[in-house]
Design a protein around this ligand. Structure first.
Ligand SMILES: [Zn+2]
Ligand SMILES: [Zn+2]
Length: 261
């Protein structure tokens, strides 16, 4: 495992230990339904009923996972006209129901101990691809100042799960961008174009990890930077796939939320 990830993982581990101790003394309620008591260590703070109710991934574009307007189409219009640099973007669940509640707890309520539980559900049920390294989408804006960057926590857990090294600083942000959540679908791609660079040389097979994808514009730009720096294949795993109408954050968090898309 790369030493790059250590400060964050150490913070996460300390947090986990404290929470584990607290959970033994004060059993808590499920982060999703708020009804069932849970044991954080085993279930990540989410009850078994809620985990079972996690919505299934929906059929979509074979490349980017976007919902398809035509039933017989396999690839969306955008991927046909402008194919992404990544091979395929996969998400564990659509961004609704339990998936939304769990992700909000993870991103905005400090439930970092959820990371390994989310990572397990991100791994595709079929397919045993091998990756040379796992790279998180870089933190932007305010989340860069926070130590618990959600994509990096997830990438750390995914790397552990699949036994590949984590390269948390492989991608860097090279210019300022506006918050993606404040932009229309048409504005998102230009906002992040050329915003990322990869420190090379990059090995051939890269797994790019993000917590949630909306337009896929950030994943497209990150993949482009990785390929430009030497990667051959880039796959993207996200926990949730949002549609362009979904608000990524709970209302009270609008000010700092949804910096990626
Ligand atoms: Zn529950
Ligand atoms: Zn597509």
């Amino acid at each position: 495992m790369s030493t790059e990830a250590e400060p964050n993982s150490r913070t996460a581990k300390n947090g986990e230990l404290l929470r584990a101790a607290a959970a033994l003394l004060f059993p808590s309620l499920c982060l999703s339904c708020g009804v069932h008591p849970v044991e954080e260590i085993r279930t990540g703070g989410v009850c078994d009923t809620c985990w079972k109710a996690l919505p299934e991934p929906e059929p979509g574009c074979l490349r980017c996972g976007d919902p398809l307007p035509a039933l017989d189409a396999e690839v969306c219009g955008r991927c046909t006209i402008d194919p992404p640099a990544f091979r395929r973007l996969r998400a564990a669940a659509p961004y609704r129901g339990v998936a939304r509640e769990v992700l909000i707890a993870f991103k905005f309520r400090g439930a970092a101990f959820l990371a390994p539980h989310l990572a397990r559900r991100m791994r595709p049920r079929h397919g045993e691809e091998r990756f040379d390294e796992v790279v998180p989408v870089p933190a932007t804006g305010l989340s860069r100042l926070r130590r618990d960057h959600p994509a990096e926590l997830l990438a750390h857990s995914v790397a552990t799960l699949i036994g590949a090294p984590l390269r948390a600083r492989r991608l860097t942000k090279v210019r300022a961008t506006s918050r993606q959540s404040g932009l229309s679908a048409q504005q998102r791609a230009p906002n992040v174009r050329g915003a990322f660079a990869a420190r090379g040389p990059v090995p051939p097979r890269i797994l790019l990890v993000d917590d949630v994808a909306t337009s896929g514009a950030t994943a497209r730009e990150c993949a482009r930077a990785l390929i430009a720096a030497g990667a051959r294949d880039v796959d993207v795993w996200c926990f949730a796939r949002a549609t362009r109408e979904d608000a990524i954050a709970p209302l009270s968090w609008r000010g700092t939320a949804g910096e990626k898309a």
